[in-house]
Design a protein around this ligand. Structure first.
Ligand code: IPD
Ligand code: CA
Ligand code: CA
Length: 265
């Protein structure tokens, strides 16, 4: 499989959906929102964007199956799979807060091989394929050089279902606020990971995530020289629900703090 040759058409698919999302935002209002669950918002924009992406991806690589958030296409089990979040950051989109993105990953046997994250509001497109480095709008990107937590900015997210980890999570946030440059809740897991990849923040963690939130972003980060793990330092992040990505240099120090937040086995 020539992954390099898949990048440009995948970028075009992401941008086609991004253009649709941008146009719809201009006349979007709260009455168009549906609820999938507590605080889990969706609208016709997510679903139509997904249809645009699926139609394009089927032409690019017809043998590949799909894992997609809105499930507008049959989710068949094949070795190669597109892993798609048509609109990551729906809550931001609904409220008109700028950070939201189209996220498209391509995995083989559960290993992400290609990733494209298109941050619609900034017109920034992050791309990577395994072994090929990471790029933003065609320029190579790298993680930051910061090697101390006290010089680091940390991103996180709050899952829709906080469950019984709320207290531990909030204690950890207090600890990080006091020991770093501060915390950011950007509102799109895909964007969070790409911001670590291009050196804007040093680390990002979140739990209760799905593979479509992070498939593309984790590969972009790895290819930018970063490190990605679960909350115990293992590699079960894509389907394990817990993701921690960093510039590598602060991975150990943050991981020590994160272990208490790992799901009880
Ligand atoms: C959400 C975003 C958000 C994260 C949530 C995700 P959605 O995805 O990535 O940053 O905190 O856990 O579900 O619902 O906007 O596609
Ligand atoms: Ca998402
Ligand atoms: Ca989504």
């Amino acid at each position: 499989m020539d992954l390099h040759s898949l990048i440009q058409p995948t970028v075009e698919a992401a941008k086609e959906a991004g253009t649709f999302i941008r146009q719809e935002r201009e006349h979007f209002h709260a009455g168009k929102v549906e609820h999938k669950g507590f605080n889990d918002l969706v609208s016709y924009v997510d679903k139509e964007a997904e249809k645009i992406i699926v139609k394009a991806l089927k032409l690019i690589f017809p043998e590949a199956g799909f894992i997609t958030e809105e499930q507008t296409v049959e989710q068949v089990d094949t070795p190669w799979k597109w892993i798609v979040d048509p609109l990551d950051g729906t809550t931001n989109f609904v409220h008109g807060v700028p950070s939201y993105a189209v996220s498209i990953g391509l995995a083989k046997d559960g290993v992400v091989m290609l990733g494209v994250v298109y941050e619609v509001g900034r017109d920034e497109c992050f791309t990577a394929y395994r072994g090929g480095g990471a790029y933003c709008n065609g320029k190579p990107i790298q993680v930051s050089e910061a090697d101390e937590l006290s010089k680091s900015l940390i991103a996180t997210g709050f899952p829709y279902h906080l469950g019984d980890r709320l207290e531990v999570h909030f204690d950890l946030l207090k600890d990080l606020v006091l020991s770093s440059h501060g915390l950011r809740r950007i509102g799109s897991a895909a964007v969070d990971l790409c911001y670590v990849a291009c050196g804007r923040v040093e680390a990002y963690f979140e739990y209760n995530l799905q593979s479509y939130d992070i498939a593309a972003g984790t590969l972009v980060l790895e290819e930018a020289g970063g490190q990605v793990s679960d909350f115990r330092g293992g590699s079960n992040f894509l389907f394990g629900g817990e993701v921690f990505g960093s510039n590598g240099k602060v991975h150990g120090v943050v991981l020590d703090k994160l272990k208490g937040l790992a799901a009880k086995k």
